[in-house]
Each structure stands twice: as structure tokens, then as C-alpha cells.
Design a binder for this molecule. Sequence first.
Ligand SMILES: Nc1ncnc2c1ncn2[C@@H]1O[C@H](COP(=O)(O)OP(=O)(O)OP(=O)(O)O)[C@@H](O)[C@H]1O
Length: 600
Amino acid sequence: MALSVDTSAIPMEALEPLQTEIFSGPREFELSFRNVSYCVKQKHDRTHSAILKNLSGSFQSGRLVGILGPSGAGKSSLLNVLSGFKKTNVTGQLMVDGQLLSERRSRKLVSYTRQEVTLWQCLTVEESLRYAAEFKLGHCTHEQKQTKVLELLDILGLQRCADTLTADISGGQAKRLSIGLELVSDPKVMLLDEPTSGLDSVAAYQVLAYVRELAARGRVIACVIHQPNSQQMQLIDDLFVLAKGRRIYNGPTNEMVTRFASFELHCPVSYNPADYALEVASLEQEDERLERLMMEEEKDIFDYKPTRLATEKCVDESYQRYSLTTFQQLQLLLHRTAMCVVKDSYQFKARIGINLAIASLLSLAFYSTGNNADRIWANTAVLIISLYAIFFTSLFSAVLVYPRESACLVQESKNNWYSLKAYYWAKIIVELPTLFCSSLVFVVIVYFFTSQPLEWFRFGMFTLVCLLFGWISQMLGLLLGSLMPIQISLFIALLVLVPASLFSGYFVPLRDAGPFLRPLMYVSFVRYAFEGVLNSIYSYDRPNLECPEVFCYFGKLKHFLSFISMPELAYGYDLLGLCAWTVVLMAAVYLSLQRRIKIL
Ligand SMILES: Nc1ncnc2c1ncn2[C@@H]1O[C@H](COP(=O)(O)OP(=O)(O)OP(=O)(O)O)[C@@H](O)[C@H]1O
């Protein structure tokens, strides 16, 4: 028995676009591409290998297109190229109704939902849609946005879980929501990478039926489908079949079997045509029938060899990339992040809790060491341990949380919700108070319980160095989190910390460092932080320390400072060194995010 989805409950007007100006072309239209090639550089031998080879094809509005092919055939790569997510090493032409599509117009018309669902787990389903509407429908009134959100909840069938956190919804609901987030701006072309993966056959059928309904209302919708069963195949109007980066079929679903048969590729009667298409696409390249089929499919290829994706050359200023100004994007991002921090305060509380616990432990172990000349080394140790504690809590909180967030950033920024600039500054503005609060708790406890000098200026200097050091650690965490997976990030963090500590001046004093080590000491951010805290506590004419014995050599602080070869450096230089590191890391974070958005 064929499965069916009741779509009668879906109000027809629900899908009517609020933004008619987005697409001013005819109701029926066609997205086509010609001679699209894409190659990648292999990391091991630096050679280029072709992933997509001279692909041409066309997708009609009103028809659901299924992209089929065996694993590794290039399906995701094709969507990445057609959506403009991938631009480097891509050649070819992308057109709407035979006219070259400008990059700006393409950004407005085309939305791409990747295979991995990337949702803000701290938001409910309705909140997610509301933020999408705020970002993408900047010119609409509040009421229009609200109406759009309610309509989408309705057509997505998500009313019942509207108030559920996205972290708690089912896989099928998450897939539908991620499609709905892009649907807010009513894109005319929707590219979906495996919208049914991970779903059972009923849920997969429902998602496909829903997507087909969207297509039927005048959109081009192409989706990669891994292995559609025969019921799902009935929903797919057209097929685009890929084999090893080459096209072997592009046309109506019901004509594919006949087409293959004309190349002596006969689909057994009991077979699902989709399974047979995968079998054909998996034939050895040497198979003469497959080769003839590919050659025949490529017959219409034009004698045209552009050097870059031709959309980039066509400039069309009439399409704005974002619907909000950078400042409005920043405000909205701050609002959303603040909301997440409030709703998901677990991480913030955990960070404060860990700082409290470590600070209490240090205070117990080093209680009142600060003014005792006999315990000056213990006191120096507590200062450097404090820096390590700040380093690890700040770095871990960034490294552990960031990879998931950056997946959302890539999805949203590539689909033109906001600019990287707005996201970056919102991130910085939100991270600062978090760092400030958690580090201050730590600093206050350690400073007072270990009896450091009760002078405001010293406390201020000490706190400033700790905060700057915490900020550097946090930026390093963001940098590593945005560049590599968590497991590697943690190793690299240690790889950075160990030499930076070795050259901090604590383990190898500056005076004992050979000519090769000295330059390294001048770039170690741990050294600037270490000297900064020592300067705050021991320099600036601090009176001699209390001596419980008859004689304490380090009672006179100048002896101590000279012993650890520190008198030459002033606090101002330490701040300068830390600030330089801050600027370098902040710039590196920005560039790494930019690169991540570009390459993913
Ligand atoms: N950046 C890259 N570097 C090296 N090889 C790549 C890169 N991107 C894609 N490939 C290769 O290109 C081929 C096509 O990849 P793609 O992800 O498009 O396949 P697919 O058909 O979507 O596969 P699947 O169904 O398994 O998701 C694969 O062999 C893949 O290893």
C-alpha cells in the first residue's frame, strides 16, 4: 500500500511569498548549468583530481529533482557548486532561464541545506524560525514575520513541538526545521543534501512529500537522496544520476529505465529503478555500455572553457546580500547569544564553579604565603599555577563548545543570514563578560586568601594581567576550535603551552638562557603574563617581606627579582607583549573563520 501524506491541511496561501521582489521572473523557470567542473588538490601528493567532470543539466521549477549516485560520485560536491558554497577550482556556467546568474542574485535565489543538521540547541523550534525571519526578512513588519513563522510551523507540521528545544526534537522534525529555516525567505531554488538520511521510511516519505509540495508551488528543488525506495521514487519527478563525477542521466524518472535499456542496460522487472541506477553508476569505467552512455550524455557539451565559475564575472548590484545592516545583524546576534547564555547557563555556571573550586584549593594549599619571605618560591608557584588554571578554563570552554557553533555559523553565513564581521564582533562582545566574571571570581579568592599585598593598584595590575592572559587563552581556544577537531585541538594546546611555559622565565631564568633561547623567551606569552604578575606583586617599591627566621635572603625583594633576572622588564612591557598577542590571535581567529566559511 502506498504511503500518503495529508497535505490538505496545508493552507495554499501559506507558501505565498512575502518577498515577491526576490524573484521577478516567470512563474515557471529553469535552473541550468553547463560544463561544470570541480577539482580538488590532493593533500598527499599535491596533484589535482577532478571531482565533477564537465557536467551539464537542468532542473525545472514545479518538479522535484532527485540526485542519485553511488557514494563518492560527487552528489554533495555538485550541490556545493550549484549553491555557490564552493567556488575555488570550479569552472562552468550557472543560469536561470538561459541567462547567466550573477553571484548576488544566486545568493538570493538559491538556498542550500547541508546533510548535517545545524541548529542552535538552546532555542526552541519557534524561536529558531523567529530568528531566521528576523535575519532574512529585514524589510517586513513584525506582524508579517510573525505570520510567516506561524505559517511555517503549520506547513512543516511542527506546531506540536513549537516550544520544544531543538536539542530535544526528533531527527525528522530537525530535518524539516532545517529546511523551514531556509524557506523563511522563500528561496526559488532549494538544494537539499540528503534530507531523508537517518530517517525511517515513513518519516523520509513525509519529508519528501513535503518537499515535493514545495516544488509544486513554483520552486526548483533538487535533493540528494541516498537510496530511495519505490514509494519515495513515485514522489521524484526528475532524476539526475551521477557516476564518478559524470552524468549518466538527466530527465523524467519514468523514462530512465528505457533510456538505460537503449544502451543494453536492462533493468530487471522486479527491481527498484533507483537501485538499478546505482548499479549502472557503479559499473567499472571500462564497461563499454557505461562509457557509451556517458559519451551520449555529454554530447551536448559546449566548446567552452571558462577559467572560473562564470557566475562570478556577472555583476548585478541590484541584489543585496543581507536583508539587515551590519549593525542590525550585530544587535540580533547579541540578542540571540545572550538568550542562549541565559537559557543554557550550565556552561557558564560550570566555568564559575570550576574556577571557585580551583581557587579554594589553591587558597587552602598556599594560605597566607604572600607576605612570608621564607615561602617566596611557594608564592611564586601559586602565581604561575593561577595562570595555568586561567589558561585551561578559558581555553577549554572555547575549544569544547566552538565546533558545534561554527557549523551553525557556516550554514547561516553561507545562506546570507549575516556577515562574518557581525558574527565576529558579537562573539567577542559576548565572550568578554563571561571571561571577566569567571576570572574575577578566581583572582579575588586567590589574591586575598594567599595574602597578596592589599593595595588597590597592585590588585588592579594583577587582575589586568590575568584577564588579558585569559583572553589570549580564550582566543587560542577559538582559533584551535575553528581550525581542527576537538581531539587535535587539545593536543595542539598542550604543544603551545609547554614551550611557552618553558620559556616563561620561571623554569629557565632569562640570564641562563643561551642566545638561541632568548628570542623564544621574547615571544612567549606565558612569560609576559608571568612577569606581569610578578611585577604587580613584587615590584614598585614594595616593602621587604616578613621574615620568620633570623635571616631571609629574599626578604629584600630586589634580591629575589635580581635572582630571577627580572629587574630589566617593566610592567608596561608585559602589558604590551600581552596586547600584541591579543591582537595577533584575534586577527587569526577572524581569518580562520573566514577560511572555514570559504572551504566548507
Ligand atoms: N576537499 C576534498 N579533498 C579531497 N577529496 C575530496 C574533497 N571533497 C570531495 N572529495 C572527493 O570527491 C568525491 C565526491 O565527494 P562527494 O562528497 O561529493 O560524494 P557524494 O556522492 O556526495 O558521496 P556520499 O554519498 O558518500 O556523501 C569523493 O571521492 C571525495 O572523497
